[in-house]
Design a protein around this ligand. Structure first.
Ligand code: SF4
Length: 627
């Protein structure tokens, strides 16, 4: 196997190289071995009907003009893009649907082990939904909130509930271009319909379709998922935790949870704190039980990193059970586990891995299943073989930021965003950057996130981070406030010290990108900057993206008025017309845009150009370093 550095994290690289010396293959090796199909990678392959697939490349490498049905290249590229967005929306929103049903069942007393943890948030959501709160029991109220949110999935007329949270001017732009979503499932079905053979052939309207379905995620499914998670598990508040492979200890029973289901993580957390379970672990020779996750730091659980670190955890040889639920899980966990003693357990009805133990995490018996899983891990602890590359690196992390926690940190009693807005207006903070998206073995995984993050804070840009981008920052020590404050530019540092926040704010997992939308709406309603989300000095970057969910994320931010720059190669590269619509035309219509930019230095320059242009158009004080 070629010996080249693939991860931006030293400990990850050490594990990769150890695995290679024993012929253990990871995504890094497969990324080198598998070359992308040049037609598919650029959006130029249509396989929507069985007259095709039509590859818009001749064997002589000259472009063909039309598919067998007559569809032109731009149609095919836009259609493929819309299908990616719709698939991403389906993933986020199906997750949200499960949470909405869970809230309903908790409210009706049908399931035990969960409760309404944040009544204040429940009241806030009820207020937004126009539900009467006074004198009502929290379960009665939660039932109505859940029913109202479940309607968002099946609505056939009207608009999504949360459209009322969108600043008016932003909403007017959506009405003008007919992209206001009605119902989540309806928008996904319509996207699949209009991309069938012989339906929509206009790249412009297909791409407007991508915005519309994606808005049903950002201001629908993802936002619903974050809100219900807050109600059931508590709204995040800044809290210290740890990140890195070293969260797992040699003398502990180690449980790795991979996925996105907060109920699974919470139940496992509860079970590992039970005295009889701790005693049982001790009886097997362990000093305690450690639960760590991949992706999210859900509910403050320490994280071993993002997507590309999941296989590497197993190569340490000290994971007694890897418990997975849904989304972004590698089936090769089972292949790697074969080399060690690790038990891999799937738990979701929708996400199986061939040959792997399946223990359904059914809401009617969550405690029982979680206890079986933890017991299995404890019983497996004595079976460790001593094989594996153990690394001890771990970093301090401050995570758990949210709209609600930021409202509390603006130094006044009316929960406003005045302090932050003033710092932006006066140029102490140059602007905001959302650092989001996956990590990806086709680039120097996690390294692009961390390299850009360090540079951005130096230039007084406050970072809001989520998903694997946040995990990359966490593992690299960039979420340790003491470390990162030293790196920040003088204006950003001063503002962060005044507000008692670090320069990089960890907001959660992929559905928590919706928290960024709510923070930006709060900045708009505070006043003094832009009167819509578009035009704020804000840019979103997803430098290592790979999942369809990120296309949906990119589109809903762009439609909301934010320039988005995604890294790596472009899935619409085959059509200049499509790329122009997504950048120039969307910017004219929505003040947002979606770029794909493989050169990370250029990406950085584009961030600065967009931010400074927004400052100039808003007549804000010109940014000056150290002023
Ligand atoms: Fe080819 Fe048209 Fe069928 Fe696509 S829909 S595979 S372009 S014939």
């Amino acid at each position: 196997m070629p010996d080249c550095r693939m991860s931006g994290n030293k400990a990850a690289e050490q594990i990769i190289q150890w695995g290679r010396s024993y012929w253990m293959e990871t995504c890094f090796d497969r990324a080198q071995a598998l070359k992308p199909c040049p037609s598919g990678a650029t959006g130029a392959c249509c396989r929507i009907c069985h007259m095709g697939p039509c590859r818009f490349v001749h064997s002589s490498e000259e472009r063909v003009e039309k598919g067998i049905c007559g569809a032109r290249l731009a149609t095919v590229v836009a259609r493929n893009f819309l299908r990616m967005a719709a698939a991403g929306v389906a993933a986020h929103s199906d997750h949200a649907r499960e949470l909405a049903i869970m809230l309903l069942r908790v409210a009706r007393g049908e399931i035990t082990g969960f409760d309404i943890r944040d009544t204040k948030k429940l009241h806030r959501m009820a207020g937004i939904l126009g539900i009467e709160v006074d004198g009502r029991d929290k379960y009665d109220l939660a039932e109505e909130v859940a029913e109202r949110l479940i309607e968002d999935f099946t609505r056939q007329w009207g608009i999504l509930n949360y459209i009322k949270r969108v600043p008016e001017k932003t909403r007017e732009r959506w009405e003008r271009w007919d992209i206001v979503p009605v119902g989540i499932d309806r928008e996904i079905a319509e996207a699949l319909h209009r991309t069938n053979i012989g339906v929509d052939h206009d790249p412009d309207t297909l791409l407007l379709g991508a915005l519309r379905v994606s808005l049903a995620d950002g201001w629908g499914g993802s936002m619903i998922a974050s809100d219900i998670t807050d109600i059931l598990f508590g709204t995040p508040n800044p809290d210290k935790s740890e990140a890195g492979f070293g969260i797992f200890r040699d003398d502990h029973v180690n449980l790795l949870v991979i996925g996105h289901n907060p109920a699974l993580t919470k139940t496992l957390m509860d079970v590992i704190s039970e005295p009889d379970i701790i005693e049982y672990a001790r009886s097997k020779g362990a000093q305690g039980i450690t639960l760590g996750d991949i992706f999210g730091m859900q509910q403050g659980v320490p994280t071993a990193g993002g997507f590309t670190n999941q296989e590497l955890c197993l190569i340490m040889g000290i994971i007694d059970a890897a418990v997975v639920d849904r989304q972004c899980i590698m089936p090769t966990l089972a292949d790697l586990a074969y080399n060690f003693h690790t038990k891999v357990i799937t738990t979701s009805r929708k996400a199986h891995i061939q040959g792997v133990l399946h223990m359904p995490f059914d809401l009617d018996k969550t405690g029982e299943t979680a206890r079986e899983i933890v017991t299995l891990a404890i019983d497996n602890y004595p079976n460790r073989t001593g094989m594996g590359e153990k690394v001890k690196d771990r970093a301090v992390v401050l995570s758990g930021f949210s709209l609600e926690s930021l409202e509390n940190m603006n130094g006044d009693m009316r929960f406003s965003f005045s302090h932050l807005n003033n710092a932006i207006a006066e140029g102490r903070i140059r602007g905001l950057v959302g650092l989001v998206g996956c990590d990806n073995p086709r680039v120097q995984a996690t390294g692009v996130h961390t390299c850009l993050a360090k540079e951005l804070v130096k230039d007084d840009l406050l970072i809001l981070t989520t998903e694997c981008g946040a995990a990359a920052c966490a593992v690299s020590g960039l979420l340790d406030p003491e470390n990162i404050l030293k790196e920040a530019g003088p204006g950003l540092r001063k503002t962060c010290e005044e507000m008692a926040i670090p320069p990089i704010l960890h907001l959660g997992g992929c559905n928590d990108n919706s928290r960024i939308l709510n923070i930006l709406s709060a900045i708009v309603s505070e006043g003094g900057l832009s009167d819509e989300i578009g035009g704020l000095p804000v840019v979103i970057i997803a430098p290592e993206w790979m999942a369809e969910k990120e296309i949906a994320v990119g589109c809903y931010f762009a439609a909301s008025g934010i320039p988005v720059i995604m890294g790596g190669t472009s899935p619409v590269e085959a059509s200049e017309d499509v790329a122009r619509i997504m950048t120039e035309i969307w910017y004219e219509r929505f003040k947002g845009a979606l770029h794909f930019e493989p050169d990370y230095e250029r990406m950085y320059d584009m961030v600065i150009e967009y931010i400074d242009r927004a400052r100039e158009e808003l007549n804000l004080k010109a940014y000056e370093f150290g002023a």
